[in-house]
Design a protein around this ligand. Structure first.
Ligand SMILES: Cc1cc2nc3c(=O)[nH]c(=O)nc-3n(C[C@H](O)[C@H](O)[C@H](O)COP(=O)(O)OP(=O)(O)OC[C@H]3O[C@@H](n4cnc5c(N)ncnc54)[C@H](O)[C@@H]3O)c2cc1C
Ligand code: SF4
Length: 447
């Protein structure tokens, strides 16, 4: 069977309907009814479970008292990307998992959807809710305009510092713009939210400016009072198997980036039979979006059991609901070419766990696949940090930073995916940026 990777598998109307908003905005009535379910717990466990510590019972009460703008301000004061986090946070493993309503009734308060209700309301009004403090005369360079960098820049600006963001790509937003599944952030939400955040003023975004290529760390350390690195993860892990170089074998993050930037989704090329390797959010998102683009068969293969996948149970059930077949306990062995020289099939070795170790069972199987999407993790690229006079310690291949996100260099802070020990979640990156900004502010002003 020749390779059949192409766009136009479905009509524009079908694709539009497939990629519709995953959780449409609650109506005012729905928001009231949902907010009314909250017990407004003292020592609310949902607050502790939120990496940015949003006062959830307070913002829910503000919705109930018909004050959605005040509610949004409560949210954004703790998490300036509260609008995106309302859409992409795995709430089922964070705030909603510990909600006392979940324990009592297996039905938590829909905190994420209420958060979106409030933040969408405020953003629609087009007014930025925070003012800058009096100028401090201090200048900070932020590298990377992803959630970590943008959150850091915003908090610094609130404190009166002037910020310049250096971003390698042509657009800001990081993975909010290039990585998040299209059905989670419809209507160019990433761009609109970035504009909203930057509208506080005092932040200059320089796109097409890569650290290590267009500007050096030495220069930033010399020119600015402090530097924040929110570089994300620049590399992807390979499978290391025969056939990986064949046409049709693609990094899932590249596939998703092309999809997110496509002017018309129905034109995005996808295989007829797609196999996705991996068990995280990227694997699920790549598989689901392949199916929504019209791939006939999409199979996700993970080397261990369902309970070991990084993707939550909710994400896994979403994939199944959209028609993705999930297969566990197998590792890829070889990708075979068809008569046209392109990927045509992939063979797997079944696995099992023995004394905590993954071992082969000796049993193999093969799946037809003209498209193989690799989603087995990303890695930090330290190359941009190389400077003649500046050195930063790494840990486990990522930047080492303390609880205040300061690195081993006294003028450099770092956060988000680029930092060791992180959770690789949007909300965790936002919190890192905020904590780093607070620490930079304290270091620059003694506050
Ligand atoms: C496909 C995919 C789907 C995901 N889905 C979810 C989800 O649904 N929910 C969730 O919570 N998390 C999700 N995540 C994880 C989440 O997107 C990340 O944890 C988050 O974006 C990390 O933010 P960051 O600012 O550290 O890095 P990034 O978002 O990666 O931003 C880093 C920025 O730095 C820039 N940069 C890199 N190198 C340089 C350089 N040398 N010079 C200048 N700029 C540079 C990059 O271009 C980028 O704009 C997903 C990740 C992926 C890959
Ligand atoms: S745990 Fe649930 S019920 Fe309690 S305050 Fe948080 S959202 Fe409300």
């Amino acid at each position: 069977m020749p390779s059949d990777i192409r766009g136009d598998r479905l009509s524009p109307a079908e694709v539009e309907s497939n990629f519709a908003d995953l959780h449409p905005l609650l109506s005012k009535h729905e928001a009231y009814v949902e907010a009314d379910r909250c017990y407004f717990c003292h020592d609310a466990p949902c607050v502790t479970a939120c990496p940015t510590g949003i006062d959830i019972p307070l913002f829910i009460r503000q919705i109930l008292t018909d004050n959605p703008s005040g509610s949004a301000k409560t949210i954004l004061g703790a998490n300036i990307l509260g609008g995106m986090c309302a859409r992409v946070c795995p709430t089922e493993t964070l705030c909603e998992q510990v909600c006392v309503r979940e324990t009592a009734e297996q039905k938590p308060v829909r905190i994420g959807e209420l958060q979106r209700y409030a933040t969408d309301h405020l953003m629609a009004a087009g007014v930025h809710p925070f003012e800058r403090a009096a100028p401090t005369g201090k200048k900070v360079a932020v590298v990377g305009a992803g959630p970590a960098g943008v959150s850091c820049a915003h908090r610094l600006s609130m404190h009166g510092h002037d910020v310049t963001i250096y971003e390698a790509k042509s657009k800001g937003g990081g993975l909010n713009e290039y990585g998040i599944a299209a059905y989670k952030a419809v209507d160019e939400f990433a761009r609109r939210e970035l504009d909203f955040v930057l509208s506080i003023g005092g932040i200059e975004l320089k796109t097409g400016m890569a650290l290590g290529r267009d500007v050096s760390l030495d220069a930033l350390v010399g020119d600015y009072d402090a530097v924040f690195l929110g570089l994300g993860l620049g590399a992807t892990n390979g499978l290391g198997i025969a056939g990986e170089q064949l046409e049709g074998v693609v990094d899932a993050v590249d596939f998703i980036e092309d999809l997110r930037q496509a002017p018309a989704l129905e034109k995005v090329a996808v295989g007829r039979r797609v196999v996705v390797i991996g068990g995280g959010m990227t694997a699920i998102d790549a598989a689901v979006q392949s199916k929504l683009l019209g791939a006939e068969e999409v199979t996700l293969v993970y080397r261990r059991g369902a309970d070991r996948m990084n993707a939550s149970a909710y994400e896994q059930s979403l994939a199944k609901e959209k028609g993705v077949v999930l297969r566990h306990w197998a590792r890829p062995e070889k990708i075979e070419a068809g008569s046209d020289g392109k990927a045509a099939a992939i063979s797997f070795m079944k696995t099992r766990e023995e004394g905590g170790k993954l071992v082969d069972t000796g049993e193999q199987y093969e799946l037809q696949a003209d498209m193989v999407l690799k989603a087995i993790g990303q890695a930090f690229t330290p190359a941009p940090l190389k400077g003649a006079n500046t050195e930063i310690a790494l840990e486990g291949g990522r930047i080492k930073a303390g609880a205040d996100r300061r690195t081993s260099h006294p003028k450099i802070w770092a956060g988000g995916d680029a930092v060791a020990g992180g959770e690789d979640l949007t909300v965790a990156a936002v919190e890192d940026g905020k904590q780093a900004a607070l620490s930079i502010h304290a270091a620059l002003t003694g506050a």
